[in-house]
Write a protein of this length. Sequence first.
Length: 295
Amino acid sequence: MTGFKKYMAEQRGFSPDTISRYFSYVELFLQWLQKENIKPNQVRHQDIMAYLRHIDNGVRSHQYVQQIMVGVRHYYDYMVMSGKARSNPATGIIKRGSRTKVLRDVITGEQLHAIYQKYPEDTVMWIRNKTITGLLIYQGIHTYELKILTVKDVDLNNAVIHVPGCRRSNARTLKLEACQMRLLKNYIRKFRPVLLKQSRKKTDRLILSAGSSDCIGNLLGDVKRAMRTIEPKLNNLKQVRASAIANWMRKYDPIRVMNMAGHRYVSSTEYYMLEDVESLRDELDRIHPLENIVL
């Protein structure tokens, strides 16, 4: 189990508290396996479902049960990576009713595009914020990745952006949409220099605040409020990334989406397939109710 802790720290970049929490969940899971006389490397999908029924006793919250299952998924990602298991039996399993509001309220590609088209660009600040909005909508950029992007990461000649890797996500190169190019080019060549002069900064960071601080939290708050004015269904910026990935999953295969999203493991990407699985389950229940179906 020392190897699992090392994996969570070095490969996944989890904090000590997260490592401790997932480790305790996996310990409980392994104790159950021992009681059931099942070896960890022989666990099947059916065994994971049996454990899910075991812990879902009606007392624990959906969120707590799902956190346990996430820990078990990470454990089997580690087992596969270290050659101790051939596949992850926990992939694709999620406790029904536990999905967050961000994934449940997926914004369609057409709605996201409408947000970008209607976003104002009357001032230098608005142009910068619309540039951010485009990166969130079309490239599914993490908000924390906005802090590490540099001007050199944007290749206007080839219409791509290189997103650097970090402890939480992989590096990737993403296509820039045609509708982004004019504004992005103007921001980099004309309006970003204005922000540099105003803030008296010497930096190659792509996204700048107007003040002396390098923090962009306040301007991201402005971005969110402007987007919500256009699309009231939007709750937060994480929902934008989740929606972008969910929309990609309807067009591309999971491996391609994994690379586009910067996920390190396909099990993270497959989470975004579950919206369709739940819709199918609900439709089956409506047309022909069946008990204990596992899709």
